[in-house]
Design a protein around this ligand. Structure first.
Ligand SMILES: CC(C)(COP(=O)(O)OP(=O)(O)OC[C@H]1O[C@@H](n2cnc3c(N)ncnc32)[C@H](O)[C@@H]1OP(=O)(O)O)[C@@H](O)C(=O)NCCC(=O)NCCS
Length: 167
């Protein structure tokens, strides 16, 4: 199923989207319903989570928001991390790491794919040659990432780092 093209609008994420990005980060962290859920406050309390959105938008950040009927329904963004404060999917300081979430109830309709294709274009246009991300085994999202050209680069305990070549 896809969200009708006329109902879905993609736009660049701005500073005003900070809270929505936090919501979507929470969606990504809470992908596994069998686990205790994280709450918004946990993002501020845990530096490994906070670093994905703190100071948004920082130099080098890029993001997109999907809107349906004027309401944000999903977001994707990429951020560069340094090796001293890496993200879960860190590979190199010049490879931005991607985060994505789509609101429950609107998944499986093409929103995530549209967001990812958009960020691939935007990041490539800004000079990125690769994009990385982190996903846990068992998350259906991994199949989507593979379909979009991501390949497993590192498997560490319960985390898989995937990388897509944008060239
Ligand atoms: C992963 C996610 C961003 C994909 O967006 P989407 O709009 O659902 O994706 P699309 O409709 O474009 O693509 C469908 C594919 O996404 C994946 N997908 C679909 N529903 C999903 C879900 N509830 N959770 C995870 N992945 C899902 C599947 O690979 C699916 O392909 P399939 O239909 O052949 O099984 C979205 O499902 C989501 O936010 N899931 C929960 C949070 C999450 O897992 N975030 C990523 C953390 S690494």
């Amino acid at each position: 199923m896809t969200v009708p093209a006329d109902a879905l609008r993609l736009r660049a994420a701005t500073a005003a989207d900070h809270r929505f990005l936090a919501d979507m980060l929470l969606v990504a962290l809470n992908w596994n319903r069998d686990r205790a859920a994280f709450h918004l406050a946990d993002i501020d309390l845990e530096p490994m989570f906070a670093r994905y959105i703190e100071g948004w938008p920082r130099l080098g950040d890029q993001g997109a928001v999907a809107e349906s009927s004027g309401e944000p329904v999903g977001a994707v963004w990429v951020r560069l991390f340094g090796s001293a404060e890496p993200g879960f999917g860190f590979v190199f300081a010049d490879v931005p790491e991607l985060s994505i979430g789509v609101r429950d109830g609107l998944r499986g309709r093409g929103v995530g794919s549209a967001l990812m294709e958009r960020i691939h274009r935007d990041a490539g246009a800004a000079g990125a040659r690769r994009i990385s991300l982190s996903v846990e085994p068992g998350n259906r999202a991994m199949a989507l990432y593979e379909k979009l050209g991501y390949r497993v680069a590192v498997t560490r305990f319960d985390m898989v780092t995937m990388v897509k070549d944008l060239r």
